[in-house]
Design a protein around this ligand. Structure first.
Ligand SMILES: [Zn+2]
Length: 352
């Protein structure tokens, strides 16, 4: 049954319309028809005069699949708008016909398909996806935390991943480092990690550094980074990373795990540094060395996965979830809890 107010994409001549109104929520952040204006359906029906030139104007209404826009066309007709047309099949059909879309920031058809599920999220959209593609993320440590970080960031379309780790793959790593296989034993972790990225995607370039992170190499290793990920297991590395990222004014997403417990926080340039939270290494500094105390694989994976989520947010231009807050996870009793963290006035990071 054909809808008298609907027209299919191949019959639409955009130049024939006085206004093209996209009624999807936050449509401006997603691929849309050229020359569109944006008014969510509810708001359009509440006050059509605010978005439409006149009751006689020729208006094309658009949504994802043509359902919201069909409602808009019918209701507007009842309100006296004489020439409102719904795009049948919506943006989905428009794209299937290969017709031009704006707001894609030149994402390729392959990227639009590959990242479809996150582009559909309104606050990511094609704009956020383009930002992910432009992002350069440095991951310090390609172990248990680094595994999910590297895997999910490659999956999300981060443009460049710089991976830093001094070690080779050992048998005891495979319990909690799922990006490695038996065939990787004895290989440098950074090389095996880059291969795992290359096996999944052509959209992410890797830069690998087989070496340790310390205060002398810090500035070079994080140069040009959008975000840095602390996926190390040493307290000294955490301090060095915190100092270096603060100086470079780059956010640092830091994670740590001890047996069944893990924690994550994001250190932003104007907030607390790692020394504000831990002024000196706790007596239990050795707690963070999993070679000595052990770590449950999926607990490490949980924290690494939270770190990946946070990096995606920051790289897409969204507010970090863990700035000013330390989230703690206890896998033994199944609880998440968090405490707020603030810069300490007596910390070295607060000295001019
Ligand atoms: Zn501080």
């Amino acid at each position: 049954m054909s809808d008298p107010h609907a027209t299919s994409p191949e019959d639409v001549d955009l130049s024939r319309f006085d206004a093209i109104v996209d009624v999807r929520p936050q449509a401006q952040t997603r691929p849309h028809l050229p020359e569109s204006t944006f008014t969510p359906l509810e708001r359009l029906l509440e006050d059509p005069a605010a978005s439409l030139p006149s009751t006689s104007a020729r208006v094309l209404v658009v949504c994802d699949i043509g359902m919201r826009s069909a409602i808009a066309a019918r209701e507007l007709a009842e309100l006296g708008y004489q020439s409102v047309t719904s795009l049948d099949g919506g943006i989905d059909a428009w794209r299937r016909h290969g017709l031009p879309l704006a707001g894609t920031d030149s994402l390729t058809p392959n990227e639009l398909e590959r990242f479809d599920r996150q582009i559909k999220i309104p606050d990511i959209g094609s704009t956020g996806q383009s930002k992910l593609r432009s992002a350069s993320v440095t991951v310090i440590g390609a172990g248990g935390l680094g595994s999910p970080v590297i895997s999910y960031l490659a999956g999300a379309g981060i443009g460049t991943l710089r991976i830093v780790d001094p070690d080779v793959v050992e048998l005891s790593n495979l319990q909690r480092q799922p990006i490695y296989a038996l065939s990787d034993l004895g290989r440098p972790k950074v090389a095996a990690a880059a291969d795992s990225v290359a096996a999944t995607t052509t959209q992410t370039a890797t830069e690998i550094v087989q070496g340790s992170f310390d205060s002398s190499s810090a500035a070079d290793l994080i140069e040009g980074s959008t975000v840095v990920v602390d996926a190390t297991d040493s307290f000294q590395a955490r301090y060095d990373l915190s100092d270096a990222t603060r100086k470079a004014e780059v956010p640092l997403v830091t994670g740590a795990v001890y047996r069944w417990e893990g924690q994550i926080t994001t250190l932003v340039p104007n907030g607390a540094c790692y020394r504000c939270i831990f002024p000196s290494p706790p007596e239990s500094a050795a707690r963070l060395d999993c070679a000595l105390v052990g770590a449950v694989g999926p607990v490490v994976g949980t924290i690494g996965t939270l770190q990946a989520t946070e990096v995606i947010r920051i790289s897409a231009g969204l507010a970090p979830a863990y700035a000013g807050r330390l989230l703690m996870y206890d896998g033994a009793v199944g609880t998440f809890s968090s405490v707020s963290v603030q810069a300490r006035p007596d910390c070295v990071c607060q000295r001019p």
